[in-house]
Design a protein around this ligand. Structure first.
Ligand SMILES: CC(=O)N[C@H]1[C@@H](OP(=O)(O)OP(=O)(O)OC[C@H]2O[C@@H](n3ccc(=O)[nH]c3=O)[C@H](O)[C@@H]2O)O[C@H](CO)[C@H](O)[C@@H]1O
Ligand SMILES: [Mn+2]
Length: 284
């Protein structure tokens, strides 16, 4: 079988399209002025969910302050902060058209549980709150920071991000769930990319279908007493295998501060900050 990748004239060094012709967004692969001319007149609202449970509240200040500088600037943004410590959510001055709502949420003694429960919480938020209030949604990890522009070029029906650490690897090295007993199971010879769980985006109806499906699969795994190797990220990868994202964000949109930047990375827009796992998580 021939696997061809398409390159773009201004970025001959990397693939800018998937085999199903979804764009992969890299610096210099898009014309922001043209894209803004499409989205600006629509007066869209981008809901942005962030979970900050337990000690992870400490990441909120840098995340929101940097988002105000770089994330969807010029668009209406509504942050939904899920936390067990609403009083510790910092008071960040927001730009015009930007709002923040705190949502009290339960804590857990397991970080895995906090991370994977995001699927059902986002499902509930979309169904009960957002359907007539927002057009697009992004779910973001809180232990992160924006360093450069992230704008309307990231919008699409269903948006995934390529994982920084697994980006250059081949599919048999991907850390997909490999046990057939789990609903997140992906056979060794299947898979397109490894997507990071830290960024999920798209139109509300498309993301609702994603989070609902993943939540149901997580429920089934729980009933069968199995937890996928990377929790909801494993289920997300399974979902994207059979429901291809319509737009992929390059690792510019989910880098890692610990990782050296190769030449093809002209910009880091959003990155995981360095954290002391043992100190910050409720369990190993
Ligand atoms: C870069 C990336 O793709 N990261 C994913 C990765 O590990 P990570 O090491 O990035 O996971 P993590 O510790 O950042 O947890 C994910 C998120 O859950 C929330 N949280 C977690 C623990 C806690 O005590 N309090 C709290 O609020 C918080 O929003 C955090 O950003 O695998 C996880 C699997 O479960 C998630 O899919 C993460 O998105
Ligand atoms: Mn993280």
């Amino acid at each position: 079988m021939c696997v061809c990748v398409c390159v773009c004239a201004s970025r001959p060094d990397i693939a800018t399209t998937t085999r199903w012709l979804a764009p992969i967004v890299w610096e210099d692969s898009f014309d922001l002025a043209v894209i803004d001319n499409i989205y600006k007149p629509k007066n869209i609202t981008v809901a942005t969910t962030v979970f900050a449970v337990g000690k992870y509240v400490r990441f909120l200040k840098d995340l929101i302050e940097s988002a105000e500088q770089h994330f969807m600037v010029g668009y209406r943004v509504h942050y939904y902060i899920f936390t067990d410590l609403p009083d510790e959510v910092p008071d960040v001055k927001l730009g015009e058209g930007r709002h923040l709502t705190k949502i009290k949420t339960a804590s857990s003694s397991r970080w895995q549980e906090i991370s994977l429960r995001r699927m059902e919480m986002v499902e509930k938020l979309i169904e009960e709150e957002l359907l007539n209030k927002a057009d697009y949604i992004f779910s973001l990890d809180v232990d992160s920071k924006f360093y450069a522009h992230w704008g309307a070029e990231s919008l699409g029906d269903l948006v995934g991000v390529l994982h920084a650490w697994l980006f250059s690897m081949s599919r048999h090295q991907f850390t997909y769930e490999r046990r057939p007993e789990s609903q997140a199971y992906i056979p060794i010879d299947a898979g397109d990319y490894y997507y990071g769980g830290a960024v999920i985006g798209g139109r509300l109806d498309k993301v609702l279908r994603l989070v609902k499906t993943c939540r149901m699969q997580l429920d089934r795994d729980r009933a069968n007493k199995i937890e996928a190797v990377w929790q909801e990220e494993s289920h997300l990868n399974k979902y994207f295998l059979y429901n291809k994202p319509t737009k992929l964000l390059s690792p510019e949109y989910l880098w890692d501060d610990r990782k050296e930047r190769p030449n093809f990375m002209k910009v880091v827009r959003f990155s995981q900050v360095v954290k002391n796992y043992a100190e910050i998580r409720p369990n190993p």
